[in-house]
Write a protein that binds this ligand. Structure first.
Ligand SMILES: [Zn+2]
Length: 465
């Protein structure tokens, strides 16, 4: 519909000899621009080709521009999921080292399923209002998906964080995540030289950022390996080499002391939130002094560690609506009881949520991400699950919108071009039918998704069955 009007408008403008045909004015909505400024009523958002050119009240609409009346609606920036993996599907069969159902679906078969469904996964993101994602570790598939997304209209922008680079020997890395289509997905090393080599490979492949992990998973053996690899020096070596090439480092850490060490060694952001002990004031001060952003990924704790086992699923409407067919359905699969590691992680859920609240109260910047396709976390709609759980942890809706847009863009160091509705940035935004400040669940009331200026009705983005 929009395309037809666009064409008519362009033809008219060309006849008039006046070329504002590629300008569209979205008029009358309440604008929440992503910067955490107060919402603006009756705003005008001017889009030319793929960029915003003017935003706010009192914006003059050029003659010949196409005008779209969005009064009574809300505009927010497109959501940015700042931690995804394309190598996993969210299905019950996707992490055999965590839940082993290979007798039902062999891992090779799951890998084929994932490859076949990448276009659907991209579409599921856009359907859910997610217009950019940050891939944080995996095989070459992550880069290939970035390339595919850049050639696909109904797809988010994909940024690739090269990794996961981890201070551990190869045999441990293989146990944690088995090779994906013959490729190691954890990138292990036991020396600063190995760390530097991984970063150089990232640069050669055109990575957007670097991902490291410092995690012993509660195992004394792995803990000993981390010390043996001198994980602080390893992290410093990664950060220093990345900085030479203008790349930031984001670091996975579930334990407070690893998180503290990672930040002291130069991490720009932290993935997950410490869940082994309460965060202290010194940690909060350290994060603030270094402007480190924390990306909590809370939803995994309830969905993956509890609900998949109890089968008491608190599904959101958008999960059924936008998820790739076959993902949600797989969660009915009976599974073995939780193992010791799952039970230990499960027990940390309340502390993780409390720590998110404490970081927010302490003034630390937060971003929003899912860690999809971890089992139980669907691509795209998982963002709404995470927003719900962060809201339950005490984070208000106005901050969450800022965190899920502008702050998430910062994780990939792309906030100059993405993450807010401001002149000069890419025109990625959502038109909502209900007020997300009144209820964070209203972020699911998506009517239109505009990606790089191209408008899709959500109904055009629903999964193809
Ligand atoms: Zn992850």
């Amino acid at each position: 519909m929009l395309d037809v009007r666009w064409t008519v408008s362009m033809a008219f403008s060309l006849m008039a000899g006046y070329c504002h045909a590629d300008v569209t004015a979205y008029q009358g909505a309440t604008l929440i621009d992503g910067t955490h400024r107060a919402a603006v009523e009756d705003a005008t958002v001017l889009v030319e080709e793929d960029k915003f050119i003017a935003v706010g009240t009192g914006v003059a609409v050029p003659e010949g521009a196409k005008v779209v009346d969005v009064s009574g609606k809300w505009i927010i920036p497109g959501l940015i999921d700042s931690h995804v993996h394309f190598m996993t599907s969210g299905r019950m069969y996707t992490r055999p080292a965590f839940i082993d159902l290979t007798d039902k679906v062999p891992y090779e078969e799951e890998i084929e399923w994932i490859k076949t469904h990448i276009p659907d996964t991209l579409r599921a993101n856009l359907c859910s209002g997610v217009t950019s994602v940050v891939s944080l570790g995996g095989p070459s598939l992550e880069y290939e998906t970035r390339d595919l997304a850049s050639r696909t209209d109904a797809a988010p922008t994909v940024f690739v964080g090269h990794g996961v680079i981890a201070p551990m020997p190869e045999f441990i890395a293989k146990q944690m995540i088995p090779p994906w289509d013959g490729e190691l997905t954890l990138k292990p090393g036991m020396s600063a030289e190995a760390a530097v080599a991984h970063v150089q490979e990232a640069v050669a492949r055109g990575a957007d950022l670097i991902k490291t992990a410092i995690d012993d998973r509660g195992s004394r053996m792995i803990s000993a390996m981390l010390w043996f690899a001198d994980w602080r020096q390893f992290q410093q070596a990664v950060v220093a080499e990345a900085a030479k090439h203008g790349l930031q480092v984001t670091t996975h850490a579930h334990a407070l002391e690893y998180a503290r060490g990672a930040v002291n060694a130069g991490a720009a952001s932290l993935q997950h939130v410490p869940a082994d002990r309460p965060v202290d004031q010194a940690f909060i001060n350290l994060l603030k002094a270094n402007e480190v952003i924390v990306v909590p990924t809370l939803a995994i704790r309830k969905r993956t560690l509890i609900e998949l086992f109890t089968k008491e699923m608190e599904l959101l409407p958008i999960e059924r609506k936008c998820s790739v067919p076959g993902v949600v359905e797989s969660w009915d699969e009976p599974i073995p009881p939780a193992d010791d590691q799952s039970i230990r992680y499960r027990a940390q859920g309340a502390l993780a949520a409390a720590n998110v609240g404490a970081l927010y109260e302490g003034g630390v910047s937060l971003a929003v991400a899912t860690d999809t396709g971890m089992i139980g976390i669907p691509a795209g709609s998982g963002m709404h699950l995470e927003l719900r759980d962060m809201h339950r942890a005490g984070i208000p809706a106005d901050y969450l919108i800022h965190a899920a847009t502008f702050n998430s863009a910062q994780i990939a160091d792309k906030e100059d071009e993405y993450g807010s509705v401001e002149a000069g940035k890419f025109a990625d935004f959502l038109i909502l039918g209900a007020d997300p400040l009144a209820d964070i669940g209203n972020l699911q009331q998506i009517e239109w998704v505009i990606k790089h200026g191209k408008a899709f009705r959500q109904s055009e983005l629903l999964p193809v069955h």
